[in-house]
Write a protein that binds this ligand. Structure first.
Ligand code: FAD
Length: 495
């Protein structure tokens, strides 16, 4: 097996394969220090904990090695309406009261005039607003069991950490630049990759982790790209790290700007900042000025400019090659889903691991599952752009765009009676949809009739109690920076 490319995708694949098959399969990874990696990709979502656990990685060791911090969700500022703020939490909103979702009671009270924000019923937000963090409790009767978390980390250190893990398990790393890719004239399969220095890397199966270059899947195999720019119109980003200022927040912040949005990712040794924007509505200079004007703290590097086209590789698995990471597509970083898609791509590959050569049936199933996963995430991202009442031309164009049918269907249901129609296999579950719907100003006309049909449940009183319980429970957990200092502080180096 040969992995071409050694960014997060390459080293995640190397680590997971080495862990799964041990030394029974020779695994080679080619990367070029001269070309380097994309250097971003620092916010994650909760399933990454399962990826690390599968590898047997110790959490404290991992957070320490990557200058990491903990993430309870994303605070969205200025999305929906210019002055709005809401939190997309990684947990639930309380627990269901007697069959009926908490949010139905919230909608009822809201329609009756109660101004309490939905965020107040999220344990993640109860912690995040006070910069507190602790892992969730095991006892499901404890309100502190209703939050979940992921990580922020330094992307370069993450790849280095996984490289150490992989090499210790037998993965062979080759430094060099890909020159030529040879294919079998009969089958079209890739037979070898020749590096500029003449080294030849042969394998039965290749994993294309060459990032946006997509050297194997597109360059050699020409698999094609499904362009989603008409739904996800941002096509550029500028990254600009800065010194930490203020407390270490246990969440990512996403702030909407005139033609895009800005990320803020807190790490132990620095803050990651970046501006994702649409080049049809703003210039690079303007975008940079906007970013520089909204970065707190001294900047630590020159701005780094990135270009991308949202969409996905038409066939992530073609012939004897699977594309992972940016080579397989990119939907933009709004909900930190790219590293997750690498993780699920690896899991699928392990489930469908081919023997020598190429079995089109395995590829067909891999591609079917991948397309489905991408499309469900895509719709969730589109929702953020589409539901807005901002007055800039970019946002007005987003509000006016035609959206995919399945998303329109979901919106209709929620608007009518607060029902969240989602499939069991979607990455983003009901609380996520709820957070974005309500956070961006979609207030349902009605709610679950059962909420009124069960007079024994005093919904208003329970909501009040839930809020108080969360506030009290949050106060029992430590400040995020104290939690890190005690459990997983990185050595005091910078860079
Ligand atoms: C602006 C932006 C923000 C992002 N934020 C997030 C986020 O917060 N969360 C998240 O989950 N994801 C995020 N992502 C996505 C994330 O960065 C990527 O999914 C992840 O880093 C994987 O990248 P990669 O390994 O596929 O590509 P890269 O990091 O680009 O690695 C490509 C590898 O291929 C090698 N290579 C390329 N060409 C050659 C060649 N000719 N010869 C030899 N080697 C070669 C390079 O040396 C490198 O090792 C973001 C992406 C962007 C663009």
């Amino acid at each position: 097996m040969a992995i071409i490319g050694g960014g997060s995708a390459g080293w995640m694949a190397a680590a997971a394969l080495a862990n799964a098959v041990g030394r029974s399969m020779a695994i080679t990874l080619v990367e070029s220090d001269e070309i380097g990696t994309v250097g971003v990709g620092e916010a994650t979502i909760p399933p990454i904990k399962a990826f690390n656990a599968q590898l047997g990685i110790d959490e404290a060791d991992f957070v320490r090695a990557t200058q990491g911090s903990f993430k309870l969700g994303i605070e969205f500022v200025g999305w929906g309406a210019a002055q709005s703020r809401y939190f997309h939490p990684f947990g639930t909103y309380g627990a269901d009261f007697d069959r009926v979702g908490v949010h139905h009671y919230w909608v009822r009270e809201h329609l009756r005039g109660d101004p309490t924000p939905l965020d107040d019923y999220s344990m993640c937000w109860a912690l995040a607003r006070e910069n507190r963090f602790g892992p969730p409790a095991d006892n499901p009767r404890d309100v502190r069991s209703t939050h979940d978390y992921a990580y922020h980390f330094d992307a370069g250190r993450y790849a280095a950490y996984l490289r150490g893990y992989s090499e210790a398990r037998g993965v062979r790393r080759i430094e060099g630049k890909v020159g030529h890719i040879a294919r079998d004239t009969q089958t079209g399969n890739i037979t070898a990759v020749t590096l500029n220095d003449g080294q030849v890397v042969q394998a039965d199966f290749f994993i294309d982790c060459t990032g946006f270059a997509a050297l194997l899947c597109e360059g050699a195999l020409g698999t094609g790209y499904e362009d989603w720019t008409h739904w996800l119109p941002c096509d550029r980003a500028i990254a600009l790290p800065s010194e930490n200022v203020g407390p270490l927040t246990p969440y990512t912040r996403s702030t909407a700007h005139q033609a895009g949005w800005q990320w803020r990712i807190p790490l132990q040794h620095r803050t990651g900042n970046g501006h994702v924007y649409c080049s049809s509505f703003t210039s690079d200079d303007q975008a940079l000025a906007t970013l520089q004007g909204h970065v707190a703290g001294r900047t630590l590097a020159d701005p780094r400019m990135l270009r991308f086209r949202t969409g996905r590789r038409t066939r992530a698995w073609s012939h004897n090659c699977v594309a992972l990471g940016l080579a397989s597509g990119f939907m933009e970083p709004l909900e930190s889903t790219s590293l997750h898609l690498i993780q699920t791509g690896i899991n699928r590959l392990l489930l469908l691991l081919p023997d020598q050569g190429h079995d089109p049936l395995l590829a067909e199933e891999y591609n079917r599952l991948t397309a489905h996963e991408y499309e469900r995430i895509r719709d969730f991202l589109i929702l953020h752009y589409h539901i807005n009442s901002r007055d800039e031309p970019f946002w007005q164009a987003c509000a006016a765009m035609a959206i995919p049918d399945e998303l329109a269907y979901k919106l209709r249901h929620f608007r009518a009676n607060a029902r969240i129609v989602s499939r069991d296999d979607e990455l983003f579950r009901n609380p996520s949809w709820l957070a974005v719907f309500v956070g961006q100003g979609v207030i349902p006309a009605s709610y679950d009739r059962l909420a009124d049909a069960r007079p024994q449940v005093d919904g208003a009183a329970m909501l009040t109690r839930l809020r108080a319980m969360m506030r009290e429970a949050a106060a029992t957990l430590p400040l995020h920076q104290d939690f890190i200092r005690n459990a997983c502080a990185a050595p005091q180096d910078v860079g």
